[in-house]
Design a protein around this ligand. Structure first.
Ligand code: PLP
Length: 215
């Protein structure tokens, strides 16, 4: 597949759902992709990328930024507290705020830096023990606690369980976001972004469908 095909599928899914395609941000997830493939997507004028590891992101993106203007970087993977500052300096958004300790650490760094990326709270919609994220029942109070810390929470993020119908999880995420008065929904990956768009996704995180399979 390709950037062009993914973009046209996004437009088609949006129009089928009666939505404006400009409301849907395509984040090209470039983790573990060769630099040549990333450069090719940059040369097609795409500027919004996502990474799931800070170390890898820190090795790649300062270099790409020397050659390409206005790159917007999103961190989508779970974040260790001791990497929070580095993530905040490198990225314009963090999609994986998943526990109070991390929120507190980001709030402290935001005071020091005088700036903070857009934040998404990751919700473990499938309540999977091995997966990070706030449980659905705890989401509303966590959102409140984050807002009290003055964190710029713009929305919620989820990664549905592998063997379940993703639509159920997308609907649940939307419901929780509505209850908390949040507008942004980071949901949908290569296999299910059209379903996510139908259910209200504002940010889709698509990797292999754009770049090809990862090593
Ligand atoms: C890798 C990853 C993606 C993209 O996955 P694809 O199936 O390659 O589209 C999206 N979100 C997160 C959090 C990821 O880690």
């Amino acid at each position: 597949m390709s950037l062009y095909k993914v973009k046209s599928r996004i437009r088609a899914a949006a129009s089928k759902a009666g939505r404006n395609p400009d409301e849907i941000k395509l984040i090209a997830i470039s983790k573990r992709q060769p630099n040549g493939r990333i450069r090719a997507v940059l040369e097609q004028e795409h500027r919004i990328f996502g990474e799931n590891q800070i170390q890898e992101a820190g090795q790649k993106w300062p270099n790409f930024r020397k050659n390409f203007q206005s790159i917007e970087l999103h961190i989508v993977g779970s974040l260790q507290t001791n990497k929070a500052r580095q993530a905040m300096v490198l990225a314009q958004a963090i999609h994986s705020v998943d526990r109070p300790k991390l929120a507190e650490s980001i709030a402290r760094r935001a005071q020091e830096l005088g700036a903070c990326p857009d934040l998404f709270i990751q919700v473990n919609t499938g309540e999977e023990p091995q997966k990070s994220g706030i449980f659905p029942t705890d989401a509303a109070s966590f959102v409140k606690a984050c807002k009290k810390m003055d964190l710029p929470i713009c929305g919620l993020m989820c990664i549905p369980p592998i063997n379940e119908e993703p639509a159920l999880h997308f609907s649940l995420l939307k419901k929780i976001a509505n209850q908390s008065g949040l507008n942004a929904l980071s949901m949908g990956m290569s296999a299910d972004f059209e379903s996510a768009i139908k259910l209200g996704a504002t940010h889709v995180r698509v990797g292999s469908a754009i770049f090809g399979a990862r090593d």
